[in-house]
Design a protein around this ligand. Sequence first.
Ligand code: SF4
Length: 189
Amino acid sequence: MDLKGWMASWPVYRQLTGADRLGRGRAAQSDRSRDLHARTTTADRWAPSVCPYCAVGCGQRVYVRDEQVVQIEGDPDSPVSRGRLCPKGSASTQLVTGPQRLRKVRYRAPYATEWTELDLDTAMEMIADRVVDARARGWQDTDADGRPLRRTMGLAALGGAALDNEENYLLKKLFTSWGAVQIENQARI
Ligand code: SF4
C-alpha cells in the first residue's frame, strides 16, 4: 500500500480531506460496512403478501432467491401501511425460515403422553370428521314448544385479534353455514 492509500485508511484523514467533514458518513465507514448490501438487491423476484401477525394487515413484499425466501420488507404500495412494518412484522422472515418452525402436523391423541406426526390429508380428514360429529350431536331442530331452531350448539368460534376483517368475514360465513350461533371475536369481548 502506498503512502496515500495508507493515509486514506485513516477515518480522520478521510474526514479532513473528503466531503464528509463531520465524520458521520463515508469517512467513518469501515471496509466491512462498505461491502455490505441488502438481501433484497440480490433477490430474483418478490411477491406481495400480508403480515400474519395482527389485524392491522400491513402489506409485505416477500423477496425470493433460488426459490427460497431471503427477506420480507414493507410494501410501499399498501394503502394500509405504506411501506412500514413494526418490529414484529419486520422479523417475519424468521417465521418462514426459522429452524424451530414446525413443518409437519403434530398430534397428541387423547390420554397420550407423546406427540406423533400426521400427514396433512389425514389431519384434515380428522378435523372434518370431528366438525361433522360435533355439529350433529349438538343439533337442535326445534325448541320444547316445537318452534324451529335449526341450529347446533356443538360448535362455537372464538377469533383472535390476529384475524383481519376478511378472515373474520369468512369465519362468520363458514360457522353460520354450519348452523353455529356462538361466533365471537376477542376484539369485541
Ligand atoms: S404485526 Fe406489525 S407489521 Fe404486522 S400487521 Fe401488525 S402492525 Fe403491521
